[in-house]
Design a protein around this ligand. Structure first.
Ligand code: HEC
Length: 148
């Protein structure tokens, strides 16, 4: 009996503590959204969490089963090699200096743009829509590195 009273008092205490936390922490937070706090502070909060939200988004796009973005060689071997190793569909062959020189002369950013958006027979991102911008850039740098 004494034991039972003891534990029901503990439950009461926990309930009170939770209620206090709710009032002290959650209530002012909910007021923020309603403009109860000084003007602009909610916007400030948005601005402050935005970089984090963006990073999280970028991570989600680049996330692979192991959670890491693939490096240039890996992307090349799994996507780009299909055309660029053999020169299929008129693709400049990897390592063919003469074929790559005039393209490299247009600048890496232009090549990244072509690989991202597609060019003639090359589909956007080499057909692998899940590649992140970073992975495309790494793959282009890898291909260019092979032709130098
Ligand atoms: C379906 C075949 C195919 C795949 C897959 C492919 N490419 Fe291409 N790629 C081409 C063809 C064809 C061209 C030549 C386009 C042209 O200039 O007409 C080309 C050209 C390029 C160029 C030169 C663009 C320019 O502006 O001159 C780059 C850089 C390139 N590919 C990178 C990549 C990368 C990186 C990948 C992998 C993510 C990839 N390609 C996958 C077919 C492919």
């Amino acid at each position: 009996m004494a034991q039972e009273q003891h534990s029901s008092r503990a439950i009461l205490m926990i309930t009170i503590v939770i209620a206090i936390i709710l009032i002290v922490v959650i209530w002012p937070l909910s007021m923020l959204g309603k403009g109860g706090a000084k003007p602009g502070s909610a916007d400030d909060a948005d601005a402050r969490i935005q970089p984090v939200a963006k990073v999280e988004l970028a991570k989600a796009v680049a996330a692979k089963p192991d959670g890491k973005p693939r490096d240039g060689a890996t992307v090349y071997n799994s996507v780009c090699m299909a055309c660029h190793a053999s020169g299929a569909a008129g693709a400049p062959k990897t390592g063919d200096k003469a074929a790559w020189a005039p393209r490299i002369a247009t600048g890496i950013p232009a090549l990244i743009k072509s690989a991202t958006n597609g060019k003639n027979a090359m589909p956007a991102k080499g057909g692998a829509a899940d590649l992140s911008d970073g992975e495309i850039k790494a793959a282009v740098e890898y291909i260019v590195g092979q032709a130098k």
